[in-house]
Design a protein around this ligand. Structure first.
Ligand code: ADP
Ligand code: MG
Length: 357
């Protein structure tokens, strides 16, 4: 069902994205980044691609981060690998177990594999290399909280795999595109991954026609008759982020109330946003003020600066530049030169609207 709110896992559940699936499935690059804003369908695409591959292993870095209280320990990474390996199916599962069975610290009882506390991750990766596995890591920017050195031990592992394990591929994804780049540091000579080329697949919101097609198909799957006016108006307001279209479709199918369903989406967006804004606020309360300023149309440098000072937050130019750069890296905002001068805008119009309230 297109309007199922969970990340999709099978190809037939996914609308469009054929090209991107093929890119992920056929690439032989050791490292691929799957990039895009929140709710655009990265987790879904990653899971579908890994599923198509059969030897795909899915790991969620954000989950590890929250489960272990704002930190990722090697123990939690091992547990996550264990869970992922146990969720493999069919012949590939047998083959992975057979290969891993010879690794120290791994025990297998029946259909369950256990990774002992002292198992070495490099050995697990070597075994995965033997079966040509593809390791997909969702919200990978959270791996900077792995270990005590900003995730460098993990990057070293990745670099080791890149250089030596020819059959093992990694696909990393995350909403915070710039942070993911910073973390990997392929252009930073101090990073363990320095100089390694990688492929990027960028997932965009659907263009208007596809967004309309998305809603049409979702409604027709549910046998709900909906006029073109309703669909077009929804797309006018929501734009092409599939996560929001799904929320709208579900609600409208239930209530047949256009305005109520749009409000419902904004409510849901508000819910998503609350947690994320709290996290931002902890880093600096100014981030939230800047987002507010831009959402309210104070979208040029001087206007943002004035908005901040009117709220009692005078910031030097260099500091403001840094804050804006970080918001861009976290994909909250983007630069917009269409008027001839540099303005900023909130990347996702649904988020923009919620920020204005
Ligand atoms: P992200 O990981 O980028 O935040 P998700 O994969 O979690 O996005 O998708 C958000 C929501 O949108 C989910 O409900 C998912 O099922 C839906 N979705 C995203 N892309 C598609 C697609 N191409 N076809 C159908 N549903 C999609
Ligand atoms: Mg996701």
């Amino acid at each position: 069902m297109l309007f199922d709110p969970r990340p999709k896992k099978r190809r037939e559940e996914l609308f469009d994205r054929e090209e991107e699936i093929n890119e992920l499935v056929t690439t032989s690059e050791p490292l691929t980044l799957l990039l895009g804003i929140r709710r655009v369908g990265k987790s879904s695409l990653l899971r579908v691609a890994l599923n198509e591959l059969e030897n795909g292993v899915y790991i969620d870095a954000r989950k590890m981060y929250f489960d272990s209280g704002g930190w990722i320990t090697s123990e939690s990474l091992i547990r996550e690998f264990e869970r992922a390996l146990n969720s493999l199916r069919g012949a590939i599962k047998g083959r992975v177990f057979e290969v891993l069975g010879h690794v120290r610290g791994v025990s297998i009882s029946g259909l369950r594999l256990e990774l002992g506390r002292d198992v070495r991750l490099s050995e697990v990766l070597e075994a995965l290399n033997e079966v040509g596995a593809v390791v997909g890591i969702d919200e990978a920017q959270y791996l900077r909280f792995y270990g005590s050195r900003g995730g460098r031990e993990f990057l070293a592992l990745l670099a080791y795999s890149y250089d030596n394990l020819d059959n093992l591929r990694f696909i990393l994804t995350g909403s915070e595109v710039g942070l993911l780049h910073d973390f990997l540091g392929t252009d930073d000579y101090e990073s363990p991954l320095y100089g390694r080329a990688h492929r990027e697949v960028v997932l965009k919101p659907f263009p208007r026609e596809l967004s309309i097609g998305f809603l049409r198909r979702g409604f027709s799957e549910m046998n709900v008759d909906v006029s073109s006016e309703v669909i077009e108006e929804a797309v006018d307001v929501l734009d092409g982020v599939p996560g929001w279209l799904v929320e709208f479709g579900r609600r409208y199918a239930e209530t047949r109330d256009l305005k109520g369903s749009l409000d419902y989406v904004f409510n849901r967006a508000r819910g998503f946003l609350r947690g994320e804004l709290e996290e931002l606020k902890r880093r600096s309360p100014r981030y939230v003020l800047i987002l507010e300023a831009i959402a309210r149309g104070h979208n040029r440098w001087e206007l943002i600066r004035d908005y901040l000072s009117s709220r009692g937050q005078r910031v030097p130019n260099s500091r403001l530049a840094g804050l804006l750069r970080n918001l861009e890296k976290m994909s909250w905002i983007e630069e917009d030169f269409s008027s001839g001068v540099k303005r900023y805008r909130i990347t996702d119009p649904v988020i923009e609207r919620v920020l204005v309230e």
